[in-house]
Design a protein around this ligand. Sequence first.
Ligand SMILES: NC(=O)c1ccc[n+]([C@@H]2O[C@H](COP(=O)([O-])OP(=O)(O)OC[C@H]3O[C@@H](n4cnc5c(N)ncnc54)[C@H](OP(=O)(O)O)[C@@H]3O)[C@@H](O)[C@H]2O)c1
Ligand SMILES: [Zn+2]
Length: 343
Amino acid sequence: MRAVGFEAHGNPEVLKVMELPNPMPGPGEVVVRVLATSLNRIDAIVRRGYPGIPVKLPHVLGADIVGVIERIGPGTDLGDFSVGDVVLVNNVWGCGTCRFCRVGLEDHCPSWTMPGFHVWGGYGELVRVPVRALVHPPKAFGVNELAALPLAYGVSWKALRVSNVNPGDWVLVLGGSGSIGTALTMLAKALGARVIAVSSRGDVLRRLGADVVVGYGRDELLGVVRERTEYGVDVAMDALGWTLPMAMDAVRPGGAVVTFGVLGSDPTFTIDIRRFYLRHTRLIGIHNSAKSYLVELLNFMSTKGLKPYISGIYSIRDAPKLHSMMESRGVVGKVVMIHDWED
Ligand SMILES: NC(=O)c1ccc[n+]([C@@H]2O[C@H](COP(=O)([O-])OP(=O)(O)OC[C@H]3O[C@@H](n4cnc5c(N)ncnc54)[C@H](OP(=O)(O)O)[C@@H]3O)[C@@H](O)[C@H]2O)c1
Ligand SMILES: [Zn+2]
């Protein structure tokens, strides 16, 4: 198969078009011919080398996969799927047997696998996928829209559900105008919440419905929070890490601080724990999502007529250029890459 892969960790230039062996499905698996994938921050992190989690080289990135079932592993029960079906792939695969997987919490599985991270993913023409990760896509979405959804929208939806965001709540989105910031803003608004978004590019988040968009200055943000909310925001979503102290200051007594990412800074810092208990703050860690959230998200977005915010559709061959754009903060919303290999 053809793939955009890398044989050594490093800058975006390590990504090359390469010919690799076709993956063969094992029991309980299928091989999916990928139609489209999308760019995620984790791609750049794995390309550079994820601290403590080595990958076998050559490696193929790509957590988001929409494609067609092409081949079935030996003895595999396809359930209500058939060869030739267009499928969406949930991007977190649990072991399938632990106490978490048995109740549909594969996001909590200690042996979780993500395509493009632990195994070859959607930057390749073909991917091995466990049948339990397959999802029937609703008709409302085109292939490119589907490719934008599993990782960024899945985890954003989970963060909003786990923190119990309700209509009328104030949600602070510290995620910038990238994948997570745009997904959180759009979905929070669709849930009926009010959004204060923090970004250096206000235009995009305002267009997605954010009630207020502010820059990264602490005083400016806390001033807006004081002015717009009586006691502070109900939920502060922090996908950047270095902004966590601002999230803690902005949340109302009894509110929730949701943390799920670190960008561009040391993830360790010292906090005074009294900032939590004196204000009854709930601290929620979000990592990965589960198929149940993706299915719920697809239904929610279809019902509301929502589409993911996609700023560009490119060829998979453009992956090196897109990685450079992402790392220089030039990507807004989701960027989709289609498998348009011409022979
Ligand atoms: N826990 C999970 O399961 C999970 C899942 C997905 C993502 N994440 C994490 O969530 C974070 C955001 O992911 P993403 O996919 O939305 O990334 P992204 O698309 O690259 O967007 C990040 C945005 O954050 C803003 N930003 C603020 N400070 C930054 C800095 N120092 N370096 C780079 N960007 C900065 C920028 O927006 P403005 O220019 O608008 O300010 C940038 O566009 C990452 O840390 C990612 O690893 C976690
Ligand atoms: Zn498991």
